[in-house]
Structure formats: structure tokens, C-alpha cells
Design a protein around this ligand. Structure first.
Ligand SMILES: C[S@@+](CC[C@H](N)C(=O)[O-])C[C@H]1O[C@@H](n2cnc3c(N)ncnc32)[C@H](O)[C@@H]1O
Length: 227
């Protein structure tokens, strides 16, 4: 079931020609989309869970956590931090937990749209220790640049949260574009590297892509205190 995933197919052969212009525009113009009440409630619940566990603990965000495998593993890997796994799909959040054992106390899974959730964390003054974007939807059609996180108007809100940003993808162009967008915004380089999970899969997509023989890519950049 896992080992038959096809590589990303796209007419793009390299980073999108419009990338720099799109990122600059988003950096210069604040994103105005109104925040939805359900995301406000989700952000409040997430912050309450963190504060209840330990308000002094650093916060790690697992954005687009899917079924939450990575959230559980990250919470075990960083026992002094609180880990929030956020996904918009209640279906994904509700399944695939059997193999994970008991959940660590230093984590919560939250259903929310990251387009609002990142801005709400920023408004609350939150700064992250680490931020994971694990196998985000690639949106490989040329016309879908602005659906990829680095091409989306919410990108500055992601930057503002700070922390060590780590992205993994099975589409080299995705991490190359993200690296270019990060360099434009911060002046610092984050050279994407091939990624070898070496048998310890952080997410189901990582396992599926790797066991299908695909090359995985990883990028890491310290965004510091954000902006
Ligand atoms: C390709 S899946 C990867 C899931 C998981 N990280 C993994 O590697 O197994 C991308 C995930 O991002 C979530 N997602 C996409 N856009 C989102 C958004 N705007 N807000 C919250 N989650 C989103 C999807 O629901 C999906 O679970």
C-alpha cells in the first residue's frame, strides 16, 4: 500500500519565474483576509493547552501534521518543549494513531487553518523554538504558485513566528523555491539537501515516498526571534 507513490509531476523545471516578485509583494503588503472564529477558538485552545502543561516551555509547531505521527515523535524527542500539531483535516487528525502508543503529555493536536492560525499565534506574541513543515502539499501546477506556503500571502506571518524552520518535501523545486523566498526575506541562505530518513520515518508521507524510491529533500533555517 505504501510503496507505489508517483513522483511529483509538474511543467515547472525549476523555481517559478514569478517567485521573487510574488514574495516581495507579500512582504510589502500585509495580508488582510479576515480571521475566522473557528480558528480563533482553535488558537485559544492550543495556547491554553500549552500554558496548562508549562507556560515557560518552548513551543514547537508541526504545521500540516496530518495524522500526527510527527507530533508524537517530536514531543518525545523534545521533552522540555510543548509540541502543537495543527492540521485542517479532522479526518486525518482522527485516524492512524494505533501504532503510536500513549500520547506524551507535552503535545496537543489542533484542527485549524494555518492561514489564520499562524497570524493568531503572531498576534498573541508567540515565538517558536522550532517549526516543522513536513511534506506540505506541493501544488505543482504552474498557476498554483500562490498556494505553496512561500508563494502564499501568509508567508510573512510564518516568518514572524521565528524558530528553526525545517521543511521536508519529495519535490526538489518546492524546497528550492522556499530557500529562495527565505533568502529574499532574511538575506540568509538555506541550501536544500537530500534527506535520508534511515528507517526512522517521521511521517506517513515520508515513509510512502521513501519506500517508493523517491528522493527526499530537507531545508533548515534559523529564523531567530522572527519579526
Ligand atoms: C501532504 S499532507 C502531509 C501530512 C503530514 N505532514 C505527513 O507528512 O504525513 C499535507 C497536510 O497539510 C494539511 N494542510 C494543507 N493546507 C492546510 C492549511 N491551510 N491548514 C492546515 N492544514 C493544512 C493537509 O490537511 C494535510 O494533512
Amino acid at each position: 500500500m505504501f510503496a507505489n507513490s508517483r513522483t511529483v509531476s509538474s511543467r515547472q523545471t525549476g523555481p517559478h519565474a514569478d517567485l521573487a516578485g510574488v514574495v516581495r509583494r507579500h512582504l510589502e503588503h500585509p495580508f488582510q483576509k479576515p480571521l475566522l472564529d473557528y480558528n480563533r477558538a482553535a488558537a485559544e485552545a492550543a495556547l491554553a493547552a500549552w500554558r496548562q502543561w508549562n507556560p515557560a516551555a518552548p513551543l514547537i509547531l508541526d504545521s500540516g501534521c496530518g495524522v500526527g505521527w510527527s507530533t508524537v515523535q517530536l514531543a518525545r524527542q523534545w521533552p522540555d518543549a510543548f509540541v502543537l500539531g495543527v492540521d485542517q483535516s479532522s479526518d486525518r487528525l482522527g485516524r492512524g494513531k494505533d501504532a503510536l502508543g500513549e500520547f506524551p503529555a507535552n503535545m496537543a493536536l489542533i484542527r485549524a487553518d494555518l492561514v489564520d492560525f499562524w497570524r493568531l499565534l503572531g498576534e498573541a506574541g508567540v515565538r517558536l523554538r522550532r517549526h516543522y513543515l513536513l511534506y506540505p502539499n506541493p501544488w505543482p501546477k504552474i498557476g498554483h504558485l500562490q498556494r505553496r506556503w512561500h508563494g502564499h500571502p501568509v508567508f510573512p506571518a510564518l516568518l514572524a513566528l521565528g524558530g528553526v524552520l525545517e521543511c521536508r518535501s519529495n519535490w526538489a523545486i518546492y524546497v528550492q523555491e522556499l530557500a529562495q523566498a527565505l533568502e529574499l526575506a532574511t538575506g540568509r541562505q538555506a541550501g536544500p539537501q537530500p534527506w535520508e530518513p534511515e528507517g526512522r520515518y517521521l511521517t506517513p508521507f515520508e515513509r510512502k515516498y521513501k519506500e517508493s524510491g523517491q528522493t527526499l529533500w530537507r531545508l533548515e533555517l534559523d529564523l531567530g526571534e522572527g519579526a
